[in-house]
Ligand binder design. Structure first.
Ligand SMILES: [Zn+2]
Length: 191
């Protein structure tokens, strides 16, 4: 009888050990299983998609970012949150006292509103247009074109010229990989 009792205790101890090991296994291995996914998302850098923060419309990729310095900027700083690499962010103030932090792009999928305005330009030598999201119409920033160009031009001429650029407001943009990290559904399940 004493022998059986001893065996029973041994079995119980073994069960406890196995259960603890199983819990340890789950705790240790499952977070590890998710890490490669996170590392992968952080690894995509220069081709990072930039979205309209309001509606998720795809506006540009990291490689569209093109620094155009202006002596009228109140300040200029480096940021690594957008575009996946060091990006120059400039701060400007409009005549109404509103301040905007912007990043300059060679191109982006925005809707521009011509005619261009030559007054109060943040980039001397350039006239500006308002740029909005083509899907949700949120104001995203401004397009800049040489001041000696006609006030109204075609979208194609703007896009094909090397003398034009866009300044988009940083807080209106969202990194696609950051947006994905907020979703619970695995990326492979999203159509
Ligand atoms: Zn939008």
């Amino acid at each position: 009888m004493r022998c059986n009792r001893g065996l029973w205790l041994l079995v119980k101890q073994l069960e406890k050990l196995i259960t603890m090991h199983y819990i340890s296994f789950v705790l240790l291995c499952f977070p590890a299983a998710y890490r490669p996914g996170e590392a992968c998302a952080a690894g995509r850098s220069s081709d990072t998609l930039l979205l309209c923060r309001a509606c998720g419309h795809e506006l540009a990729v990291g490689t569209d970012i093109h620094f155009v310095p202006s002596r009228l900027a109140l300040s200029s700083r480096n940021d690594t949150q957008l575009g996946g690499r060091r990006v120059n962010v400039q701060l400007f103030e409009n005549p109404h006292g509103h301040r905007f932090e912007v990043i300059t792009f060679r191109n982006a999928d925005v809707r521009q509103h011509w005619p261009a305005d030559k007054r109060f330009s943040w980039f001397p030598g350039y006239a500006w247009t308002v740029a909005t999201c083509p899907r949700c119409n949120t104001h995203l920033g401004w397009g800049f074109q040489p001041i000696n160009w006609p006030d109204t031009i075609t979208k194609t001429r703007f896009e094909e010229s090397e003398h034009t650029f866009l300044a988009l407001i940083t807080h209106q943009l969202l990194r696609e990989d950051f947006a994905s990290s907020l979703l619970v559904t695995p990326k492979s399940f999203v159509s």
